[in-house]
Design a protein. Structure first.
Length: 400
C-alpha cells in the first residue's frame, strides 16, 4: 500500500489513493490480469483460505487492481468499504438482494432508472419482498410509508431522467427510525457534487460506467458502505460472482484521476447550455439542477455543490407531434451523439420514452414526467458554445 499522509485533500486521493506498487515500482498502477494466484506450499494455500481475506486467492473474490480501485473510491467517498462490480446494475442488484430476504419490506422512490425500477418492483415481489413505491419528492409520502417497520429504502437523487430530488436530510432519519438501511444511487450527482454519507446514508451505489470512467470505455459498478453492511454483502458478492474485471478496474482507476476536473467543467458547460435551451421558443420546459426555475432548486443547492452535467428538456409538439419534434432535434445533431449512456467526455443525448424507459406504459412515463418530447442531455467536455449551436440547429427548424 502507498504511504500517504492522513490529511490529503479529496482531489489528491483521486490520483494517489489505494495505490499498490509491485516490486518493480511502476508509476502507473499495474494490471493484474489473472484469474488466480499460486502458493508456495499446500500449507500456505490452506492458510490463505482460512485467514482474514488479506491474501489474494481468486479474482472473483479479490484482485490487486480491483482492490486499488475499491480503496481509492472508498477513500474519496468517505466510506470504510467499497465493493467493485461488473456493472452499475450488478451493484444495485447486490445492494438490494444482498440486504433483503423474503418477507422483508422495501420502500423506493418511483423516479428511478428503468432497470432499477424493475429490480425494486417486479423482481423484489417475485422473491417475496413487499415493495412500496412512492413519490420521492413528497416528504409526507415518505413519512407515511416509513411509519411502519421497513428493511430497506432505495432511491436515486437527482433522478433519471427528469432530475427529481429526494430530501436526504428528511428521509434518512425516518428510514433509520423505521429500522431500514438506506441505499442511494448517486450516479447523476457523482461523488464530486453530492456526499450521501453526510446525511447518514448507509449504502451508495454507482454505475462506474458513467462519470467515473467518463470516456465510454468500459462497464463497472461500485457499492460503498460501512463495515456492518459489508459483512452482510461480502458473502453474497463472493458467491454470486458479479466481479469487476482487472482491466476494467484499471481503466476506472485512470478515470478517477480526472473525475473532479471533468465533472466541474461539464457542470459549468451544462449551466450555459441549459440557460440557452430555456430561452429557445421550441423548448417547452428545461429541468436543470443549476437553474433557479427547477422546482426543487433550493433543495438542490443545499444538497449538491453544482448542477451536474445532466439536462432534461421537453420539446414543444409540432402539429401535435412532440415525439417527431424531439427526433428532429436529435437527428440534426452533428457534435452531440445519440446514445443512452451518460457522463461521457462527449455530449450525449437520448429520447428516454423510446430507449431507457421504453418498457414503461404511457401512464407510468407520464407519472415520472417523461413525455414524447422529452430529451435527456449529458453535456461533455466540448466548448459549450459549440454544443449550443449544435442544438440550435434542430430547434430552429421547429419554429420556422
Amino acid at each position: 500500500m502507498s504511504d500517504l499522509p492522513d490529511d490529503l485533500n479529496p482531489a489528491t486521493l483521486l490520483v494517489h489513493g489505494g495505490t499498490r506498487r509491485s516490486q518493480f515500482e511502476e508509476t502507473s498502477e499495474a494490471i493484474y490480469l489473472t484469474s488466480g494466484f499460486v502458493y508456495g506450499s499446500a500449507e500456505a494455500a490452506e492458510a490463505a483460505f482460512v485467514n482474514d481475506g488479506s491474501r489474494f486467492v481468486y479474482s472473483r473474490f479479490r484482485n490487486p487492481t480491483v482492490a486499488m480501485f475499491e480503496d481509492r473510491l472508498a477513500q474519496y467517498e468517505g466510506y470504510p468499504r467499497c465493493f467493485a462490480t461488473a456493472s452499475g446494475m450488478a451493484a444495485v442488484h447486490a445492494a438490494v438482494f444482498g440486504l433483503l430476504k423474503a418477507g422483508d419490506r422495501l420502500v423506493a422512490s418511483r423516479a428511478l432508472f428503468g432497470s432499477c425500477l424493475y429490480i425494486v418492483s417486479d423482481l423484489a415481489k417475485r422473491f417475496g419482498i413487499e415493495s412500496v413505491i412512492i413519490d420521492g419528492t413528497k416528504n409526507e409520502e415518505w413519512e407515511k410509508a416509513l411509519s411502519v417497520p421497513t428493511n430497506l429504502v432505495f432511491l436515486e437523487t437527482p433522478s433519471n431522467p427528469c432530475l427529481e430530488v429526494v430530501d436526504l436530510e428528511h428521509v434518512v432519519p425516518l428510514a433509520h427510525k423505521a429500522g431500514a438501511k438506506v441505499v442511494v444511487d448517486n450516479v447523476f450527482a457523482t461523488p464530486v457534487l453530492q456526499k450521501p454519507k453526510k446525511y447518514g446514508v448507509d449504502v451508495v451505489v454507482y454505475s462506474a460506467t458513467k462519470h467515473i470512467d467518463g470516456q465510454g470505455r468500459c462497464l463497472g459498478g461500485a457499492i460503498l458502505c460501512d463495515d456492518e453492511v459489508a459483512a452482510t454483502l461480502a458473502p453474497f458478492l463472493r458467491h454470486t460472482g458479479p466481479a469487476l474485471s482487472p482491466f476494467n478496474a484499471w481503466t476506472l482507476l485512470k478515470g478517477l484521476e480526472t473525475l473532479e476536473l471533468r465533472v466541474k467543467a461539464q457542470s459549468a458547460s451544462a449551466l450555459k447550455v441549459a440557460t440557452f435551451l430555456e430561452g429557445h421558443p421550441a423548448v417547452e420546459r428545461v429541468l436543470y439542477a443549476g437553474l433557479e426555475s427547477h422546482p426543487q432548486h433550493a433543495l438542490l443547492k443545499r444538497q449538491m455543490k453544482a448542477g451536474s452535467n445532466l439536462i432534461c428538456l421537453h420539446i414543444k409538439p409540432v402539429n401535435g407531434d412532440a415525439k417527431q419534434a424531439a427526433f428532429t432535434v436529435l437527428n440534426n445533431l452533428r457534435i452531440a451523439k445519440i446514445s443512452n449512456n451518460l457522463g461521457d467526455s462527449k455530449t450525449l443525448a437520448t429520447h428516454p420514452a423510446t430507449t431507457t424507459h421504453q418498457r414503461l406504459s404511457v401512464e407510468e412515463k407520464a407519472i415520472l414526467g417523461i413525455g414524447p418530447g422529452t430529451i435527456r442531455v449529458s453535456v461533455g467536455l466540448e466548448d459549450a458554445d459549440d454544443i449550443i449551436v449544435d442544438f440550435k440547429r434542430g430547434l430552429d427548424m421547429l419554429v420556422g
